[in-house]
Design a protein. Sequence first.
Length: 84
Amino acid sequence: MARAAEKSHERSKLTVKGRDIRLRTIGFVALAVLAVWFIAANTKSVTIRLWVADVTLPLWTVLAGTLLAGIVLGLLIAYRRARR
């Protein structure tokens, strides 16, 4: 009910070389660059204790796997919310 009473507004955007780019997109790109830089900077091996075994992997693979799992879970949640 409250959403129907809200006024529609224009999304925040920035014009670069004649193209409109949403500020949200710029934020996502900046976060992606920082995540890739952080993953690339951490290359030492780490030991991870799973329920049964200990696994030794390079830290960048652990960070990349965690990032991918977070992206997949975020997309699934967004998809479910959009269906409602």
